[in-house]
Design a protein around this ligand. Structure first.
Ligand code: AHR
Length: 532
């Protein structure tokens, strides 16, 4: 429908109803013309949307790991972001930035992947253990050639995970490493004691094994992880996995390097090449590129970026179906190991704050909401999803004002994740909306113990939505809602105004006919209520 009336739409979209009426007065009476034009064409339009939640149609449990995170030795993510060092004037807990730890603890970080990314395939774990002053200095060849002093290594990472309550996920080096090196890392982390490697861990401060479950076997092996062909990677994977064993009772969950986006040729090549030595997980990476710098997005480029989430949902469905063709019992979990908006990065921001530093705006929050909604809807197909990255890189949850700066703000993306926290570990249920257009209402719902949680995202910058939501299989009782919203897509939390965008309470009407609420343009709302 939008396509057919494009010539009118183009002009009218930039006008309010009143401006359009005034312009039209020469042709006919303003009222008669305006009443012929669909309301969504106007920048003050409101559209009604009917939604049905089918609490009797269960999709699957929303694994908390779908809200996972990723930290790479890149820019100021680790150094200056999470880790400032014990002697820093920045308030810290044992070297970890105190404010960042507190914010991450509040949110709850189910899982944290480290040390890369591309960095992982050039990382040698032995560089990062022992007395920090004795650790070798290396050049980070992927991210700007800075001198990596390895002061943040395996022990520091595990300690960070303990501080924030996250499950550690280590990405092993296949590209420039060997099966022996990775096998030894697992023994070092997980063997209880008595072997030379586990005794070295004890001498370095931890007699308790780390019991690390998740292990990535290479990263983006089709690119920065070795530029391999699928059959080459599959052969390497078979060789590596032969030696990656259970130590101390912790069976490693091995995650193979999956496709770039929805690349089925890579996935098919791998699943054939594994010759039934299947991994436990397959890691897909899917970024949502953006043509503009984060704070200056045009409406068209924002629509372009946000519409990628419909393709990500397709990719999840299609990749899962492909895997099911080889693995009917779904023993290979589908990971979306890296996702998020990747905007046009400004060199001046990189110079000041670190490589791939980007602000997070209302648009970014909407993108996060679209992602988290689709994870709920596809909860039966996804095992883990990790947004890139946790601090100061790409679509971050936290930003600091420089590696040396004391300020640490929670971004709009942090608040979007907070609005979805209530879904974790609940059972996702089917939601029907009137349209499945990529840039229209997005919704998901989950239930447990008589509680229903519903999230709505309005990705439109030109229309508010009036939601009339029916619940099938239950009756809603009193509930509450929270909203994250700004009509300005480029609004953000700055170091001067760190709380410009935070979740606010939002009115909803709850009755026997369901729930009704207003969903303003560019907003995320999560409503929680009891059902009987
Ligand atoms: O997240 C930044 C980079 O993006 C990662 O290092 C790599 O895996 C991906 O290409």
């Amino acid at each position: 429908m939008r396509e057919k009336i494009k010539p009118i739409a183009k002009e009218a979209r930039n006008l309010t109803r009143r401006q359009f009426a005034a312009k039209s007065a020469k042709l006919a009476t303003a009222a008669s013309i305006a009443s012929l034009i669909p309301t969504w064409l106007f920048s003050d339009a409101t559209t009604a949307q009917r939604v049905t939640i089918r609490t009797d149609q269960e999709i699957g449990v929303i694994r908390p790991e779908l809200h996972g995170h990723f930290a790479e030795h890149l820019g100021s993510c680790v150094y200056g972001g999470l880790w400032v060092g014990k002697n820093s004037p920045i308030p810290n807990t044992n070297g970890y930035r105190k404010q960042a730890i507190e914010y991450l603890r509040d949110l709850g970080i189910p899982v944290l992947r480290w040390p890369g990314g591309c960095f992982a395939d050039d990382y040698h774990w032995r560089d990062g253990i022992g007395a920090p002053s004795q650790r070798p200095k290396r050049v980070n060849i992927h991210w700007g050639g800075y001198l990596e002093d390895n002061s943040f290594g395996t022990h520091e990472f595990i300690e960070l995970c303990k501080l924030i309550g996250a499950e550690p996920y280590l990405a092993g080096n296949m590209g420039s490493g060997s099966p022996e090196e990775m096998r030894d890392w697992i023994e070092y982390c997980n063997h209880p004691g008595g072997s030379t490697l586990s005794d070295a861990r004890a001498a370095n401060g931890s007699s308790d094994p780390f019991r690390v479950k998740y292990w990535g076997v290479g990263n983006e092996s089709w690119g920065c992880g070795g530029n391999m062909r699928p059959e080459e990677y599959a052969a390497e994977y078979r060789r590596f996995s032969t030696y990656l064993r259970t130590f101390g009772g912790t069976k490693p969950f091995l995650v193979a390097s999956g496709p770039n986006g929805n690349d089925s040729e890579w996935s098919r090549g791998l699943m054939t090449g594994f010759r039934r030595n299947n991994p436990d997980g397959l890691s897909m990476h899917y970024y949502s590129g953006g043509k503009d710098p984060a704070l200056n997005f045009s409406a068209a480029n924002m629509d372009d970026q946000l519409s990628s989430f419909a393709r990500i949902e397709q990719a999840v469905i299609q990749q899962r179906a492909l895997l099911d063709g080889y693995d009917g019992g779904r023993r290979v979990g589908l990971f979306l190991d890296e996702w998020g908006v990747w905007d046009h990065i400004l060199p001046e921001d990189e110079a000041r704050y670190g490589k791939l530093w980007q602000q997070s705006t209302m648009r970014s929050a909407v993108a996060a909401g679209l992602g988290l909604n689709l994870f709920n809807r596809q909860a039966d197909k996804l095992y883990m999803c990790n947004i890139a990255q946790i601090v100061n890189v790409l679509q971050s949850l936290l930003l600091t004002d420089s590696p040396q700066g004391e300020h640490c703000v929670r971004t709009t993306t942090y608040h979007a994740f907070m609005l979805f926290k209530a879904h974790r570990a609940k059972t996702s249920v089917r939601v029907e909306t009137q349209t499945s257009a990529p840039l229209d209402l997005s919704a998901s719902a989950s239930k447990s113990d008589g509680q229903l949680v519903v999230s709505f995202v309005n990705p439109r910058h030109d229309a508010d939505l009036q939601i009339d939501c029916r619940i099938q299989g239950g009756t809603a009782q009193a509930g509450t809602a929270q909203i994250l919203h700004d009509a300005d897509a480029n609004a953000y939390n700055s170091f001067d105004a760190p709380n410009r965008l935070t979740p606010q309470s939002h009115p909803i009407q709850v009755g026997s006919a369901g729930i009704q609420l207003n969903l303003p343009r560019l907003s995320i709302v999560t409503a929680t209520f009891r059902t009987v």
